[in-house]
Design a protein. Structure first.
Length: 391
């Protein structure tokens, strides 16, 4: 049996320009998630710790940050847990690579000549871990954009025999029309023909597991969200490879290591008394580690005065981040219409007929125009009734 912990896309040192004052706190969360991954590896007594690229957000990092990472990896070294790391597309193995500038194995205290911490490179695409009876294949390139699939020549690699063949790649699975611009792309057919027992992937930030004709492959996802819409991040994978009566099995288990939580809240505008009432309701669900995605739906009464930006600002200190989207719509005319020969009557009838025609169309542009006309109708009714309107 071989047990391993698979992580990727830690993105240590990310700047988080969109978070403003909260950027520093999110960087600390990311490092804490990496430390929690090491804690889990030690608690579960795994044999192997894999990092499938983008441990660092860029190749420009202060020495103190690299040394903090080395301290965590040193805990694994002292416990005799093997670690294998590959560069990704953010910490790419080019001339300015952080892995050229710093020897992580030395900084982590790995004894010379032992295989306790290995960083794979273009000149070292695999490592044979005798103690684990495993070979880890991690073809990487000296450029951000791969000249070809890293799986292209895997079947012809002459590596020592071992019970377990494990792949470690930072790449996208080919999806026509979606991954055309990705720097490193592989196909499920290539995975199926790789002869691997398990393929540990990085690059996509949400955890997911699949098979390609018997070969188990998985994305661990980012252990802490890098962008705050990544609600499938926050995990690492514990993988158990076993062999019994000549049959191999692979079991993958997700474990949460990140602190950031996500909550989507739908609010019926028809039942909302006021903007302060909405703020109070959302504050009850808030905490500093939570991302709130709030959507207002339903029919919005004319009496409701609400500004999404003001709601977000009011809760800014209570949550990691909040987004309020007003997708409610104003009511159409209630009661008897003014006579058709009046300005108000002609206006209301014309706009309502146009809305009804647009809402019967499956076209998304028509739906957007209908929504805009609902606002036109609401504001026009108020103006024609002699009421003050603030735009």
């Amino acid at each position: 049996m071989l047990r391993l912990l698979h992580t990727a896309d830690v993105h240590l040192g990310a700047r988080h320009a969109d978070l403003g004052e909260a950027a520093s706190a999110q960087r600390e969360r990311q490092f804490a998630a990496f430390a929690a991954s090491v804690d889990l590896a030690l608690a579960e007594k795994v044999d192997l710790f894999l990092v499938a690229g983008d441990l660092f957000d860029s190749n420009v990092q202060p020495r103190r940050s690299v040394e903090k990472v080395a301290v965590e990896l040193g805990r694994l070294v002292r416990a005799r847990v093997r670690s294998v790391i590959i560069p990704g597309t953010h910490d790419v193995y080019d001339r300015s690579s952080i892995y050229r500038a710093y020897d992580l194995a030395v900084l982590a205290g790995a004894p010379e000549g032992e295989d306790l911490l290995t960083v794979l490179s273009p000149n070292r695409p695999w490592v044979h871990l005798v103690a684990c009876d495993a070979v880890v294949h991690g073809p990487v390139f000296a450029t951000k954009r791969a000249p070809h699939s890293p799986l292209r020549d895997l079947a012809t690699v002459r590596a020592p025999d071992a019970t377990w063949r494990i792949g470690l790649l930072h790449a996208a699975i080919a999806i026509p029309g979606r991954t055309d611009g990705d720097e490193v792309v592989i196909s499920t057919d290539e995975i199926a023909g790789s002869g691997l027992d398990y393929l540990a992937l990085g690059h996509w930030h949400g955890a997911q597991v699949a098979k390609a004709r018997g070969v188990t492959y998985a994305y661990a996802g980012a252990p802490e969200p890098v962008a705050l819409d990544q609600d499938k991040a926050g995990k690492v994978l514990l993988v158990t490879l076993d062999q019994s009566a000549g049959k191999k099995t692979v079991a993958v288990e997700e474990r949460v290591v990140g602190k950031t939580t996500f909550e989507r809240i739908e609010v019926d505008a028809a039942a909302l008394e006021s903007q302060p009432a909405l703020i109070a309701r959302l504050r009850a669900a808030a905490n500093r580690d939570r991302v709130l995605d709030v959507r207002l739906i339903g029919v919005r009464p004319d009496s409701l005065d609400l500004d999404a930006a003001e709601v977000e600002e009011a809760l800014r200190g209570d949550v990691l981040r909040i987004r309020v989207r007003d997708q409610s719509h104003p009511p159409l005319t209630d009661g008897a219409l003014p006579p058709a020969e009046t300005i108000a009557g002609a206006f209301i009838r014309t706009v309502e007929e146009r809305i009804a025609a647009l809402e019967g169309s499956p076209d998304t542009a028509a739906a957007r125009e209908a929504e805009e006309l609902r606002d036109v109708l609401r504001l026009g009714r108020l103006l024609l009734a002699g009421k003050e309107v603030t735009l």
